[in-house]
Structure formats: structure tokens, C-alpha cells
Design a protein around this ligand. Structure first.
Ligand SMILES: Nc1nc2c(ncn2[C@@H]2O[C@H](COP(=O)(O)OP(=O)(O)O)[C@@H](O)[C@H]2O)c(=O)[nH]1
Ligand SMILES: [Mg+2]
Length: 363
């Protein structure tokens, strides 16, 4: 099971389940023109597209590639009042709490058959509805904690006072509709709020679900207003079209994409966006048969990487032999890279960089 998960969040009928199916390349989740088709979250494992894998396979003359995997969760639609339990709200918010990052999908597509919960397509309102629910849920969490420590903070307990101050700071920002992930926080403050597992601290990637006639990208100036911070991390996807691709052959998909003026599926961008949203980098391991991609948090140590593969690798760690992907390509082979001194032995504390091929030596 992958360690990293992303929740697909949005209003009912935004196209969450459609996007989920498209990502999975199978129609696993029920989609419907009625809101609230999804109650229990659908969970799927998605392969991260990575061109480097194929190249490593070719150079090392291997048989197989094993891509990095991320878990995606199709969460039920949020509605106004979810923080108070409306529309099974508490349950949905609990599902969001469990994921590492959020894909927030909102509707731009026109389809008179599909009802819109607010009656019309206004992305700004839709996004604000979702933000508000996340914010109100977090304010509830904060309020509870604040009341818990108020007494101690007032009585002069230094630690409690620092905690109190941080919680108040977050609370004030939320009150002004600033999400926790937008507030600059120092190390100490981050440490204080970590155990609260706030919803608004999770990184968000925005996805605009557009009509296929608007592919590859609609003109922003012709769209209804979209808030600035959304435009900064926005991917345009036609979820319905991408879902239909799961029924087509590769060359048919290519032809279709070309006819829409696209080079590749927007889902590739979305998955890559999600990957960097989680601040993940990739390292590779090889056997005689295959090369495998592993996702790991940016600047993790060699020891941590070893532990991801096998707890014994970490326990009996001797060293990590590291060959950056680019150096392998430049050298054209493992023996050549080795001869040129491109493979470097590193210790437990070595901080990994993206794209390193690692051979762990252990007892
Ligand atoms: N025309 C069009 N319809 C879509 C698109 N995405 C989703 N839909 C339709 O909208 C309805 C609701 O989609 P669904 O994925 O179930 O929404 P959810 O409630 O967010 O999970 C379904 O009938 C979908 O076929 C799209 O990109 N274009
Ligand atoms: Mg759904």
C-alpha cells in the first residue's frame, strides 16, 4: 500500500468520481447526475507516470519497470453546513483528515442534464463554500484546544502560553478566510499545530473540470471569476473525456488528444502536480529483472530510503551506492558510469536528491 494519499474534494456533481475513474482507468466509482452518489470513499492506487523508468530499463537491459504509486480517495461531496454535520458532513470531513493532500475540483463544464447544487456555475462561490467548511471545521478543532489550555496559559505556564498564542494566530487568520497552508509559520508553530491535523494545513491542487469543447485550455478572460490563489496552482481537465479514454486503445487516445490540440492527457500533469504537492521525490532501485521507482519526502536520508524498501535494509545498513539518473544516461551504462567514478558511496545521513539510483549495501 502506498504511504501517500490524496483526497479528491469538491461540491456534489463537480465530477469527483468521474475524475477518480479517469485516474484509475476503470469505472470503479459510481457517477451520476444526482448529488450524493458517493458516501463511503472510493480508494484507488494510481501509477505515477515517469519517463526515466523506461530509459533506465533500456540502458540496464531489464525486463520490467515498477512505477511509484500514490493512493487517491474519492470523497463524498461537501455541502454548506458540513462542519455542523449537514449532508453527512462530519463523516466526509473525517475522510479528508486522513489524506496527505487535497485535489479540489470545481465545475466549469456546461451540462444541462447535470444539476448544480448552487443552481449556476460560479467557481468563486463554489470554492468559497468548500474553503468555508474546511475553515469552520478547523476553527472548531482550535476552539476546543484553546479552551483546554486557556487556564494553564493564564496561570503562567510558558509552554501553554506559547501554544495558546499560536492557536490564536491560526484562528484569527482562519477568521479572515486565510487557510492555514497560506500562513507563514516557524518551526515551533508548526510543531505545535501538527497534532491537530488541521484540514486547511493540507496542500491543495486545484482542478477545473471543463467541457471538452474548451480543451486544451479555456481563455481565463472568458471564464467566470476564479480567485488568484487558485490560478497559481490550477490544472484544467475534462474529467468526462478522460474517463472515456479508459475504454479506448492507446492510438485512439492519441488521435483524440491531437484533435483537441493536446500532446498528452492532462491527467499526467495532474498526477505529477499531486506528486510535487506532496513534496515527493523519486529514487530508483534495480534488481536483475526490474527497475522500481520509490516516492519519498524531499531531502529524506539514505537510511530512511533503505527502511522504505525493507526494515532489515535500515537495521543492517552499511552504505548506499548512489548513481544520479543523469550520470547513468551520460555514461550510457552501469560499467561505464562506475569506471568514470560516477557511483558514490554515502552514509546513513546522506540526503537524497530526486532521480538517484541507489544500491543499498547491508549485512
Ligand atoms: N459534460 C460533462 N459532464 C461531466 C463532466 N464531469 C462529470 N460530468 C457529469 O457530471 C455528473 C456528476 O459527476 P460525478 O463524477 O458523479 O460527480 P461527483 O458528485 O463530484 O462525484 C455525471 O453525470 C458526470 O458524467 C465533464 O467534464 N463534462
Ligand atoms: Mg461522486
Amino acid at each position: 500500500m502506498p504511504n501517500f494519499s490524496i483526497g479528491i474534494v469538491g461540491l456534489p456533481n463537480a465530477g469527483k468520481s468521474t475524475l477518480f475513474n479517469a485516474l484509475l482507468k476503470q469505472r470503479k466509482a459510481a457517477t451520476a447526475i444526482h448529488p450524493f452518489t458517493t458516501i463511503d470513499p472510493n480508494v484507488g492506487i494510481i501509477k505515477v507516470p515517469d519517463l526515466r523508468l523506461k530509459k533506465i530499463k533500456k540502458i540496464l537491459k531489464l525486463k520490467k519497470t515498477i512505477p511509484a504509486m500514490i493512493k487517491f480517495v474519492d470523497i463524498a461531496g461537501l455541502v454548506k453546513g458540513a462542519h455542523k454535520g449537514e449532508g453527512l458532513g462530519n463523516q466526509f470531513l473525517a475522510h479528508i483528515r486522513e489524506v496527505n493532500a487535497i485535489i479540489l475540483i470545481f465545475r466549469l463544464f456546461e451540462n444541462s442534464d447535470v444539476s448544480h447544487v448552487a443552481g449556476e456555475i460560479k467557481p468563486k462561490n463554489d470554492l468559497e463554500t468548500i474553503w468555508t467548511e474546511l475553515i469552520l471545521a478547523d476553527m472548531k478543532t482550535l476552539q476546543k484546544k484553546i479552551e483546554e489550555i486557556r487556564g494553564r496559559a493564564n496561570a503562567g505556564d510558558k509552554e501553554a502560553a506559547a501554544e495558546f498564542e499560536t492557536l490564536e494566530k491560526i484562528n484569527l487568520n482562519l477568521n479572515k478566510e486565510v487557510l492555514t497552508n497560506e500562513i507563514p509559520l516557524n518551526k515551533e508553530e508548526k510543531k505545535i499545530i501538527k497534532p491537530l491535523n488541521l484540514l486547511t494545513i493540507k496542500p491543495i491542487l486545484y482542478v477545473a473540470n471543463i467541457s471538452e469543447s474548451d480543451l486544451p485550455k479555456p481563455k481565463i478572460s472568458e471564464l467566470p471569476e476564479i480567485p488568484k490563489k487558485v490560478l497559481a496552482s490550477l490544472v484544467f481537465v475534462s474529467a468526462k473525456l478522460e474517463e472515456e479514454f479508459s475504454d479506448l486503445e492507446k492510438n485512439e487516445i492519441k488521435e483524440y488528444l491531437n484533435s483537441c490540440g493536446m500532446k498528452r492527457s492532462s491527467l499526467d500533469d495532474l498526477i505529477r502536480g499531486a506528486y510535487s504537492l506532496l513534496k515527493l521525490i523519486t529514487f530508483y532501485t534495480t534488481t536483475e529483472d526490474y527497475v522500481q521507482a520509490w516516492p519519498i519526502k524531499d531531502s529524506s536520508t539514505a537510511l530512511r530510503a533503505a527502511g522504505k524498501i525493507h526494515s532489515d535494509f535500515a537495521k543492517k545498513f552499511i552504505r548506499a551506492e548512489i548513481l544520479p539518473y543523469k550520470k547513468l544516461i551520460e555514461a550510457g551504462g552501469l560499467a561505464e558510469a562506475s569506471k568514470k567514478g560516477r557511483i558514490k558511496a554515502q552514509g546513513k545521513k546522506y540526503q537524497l536528491k530526486d532521480g538517484e539510483i541507489i544500491h543499498f549495501k547491508h549485512n
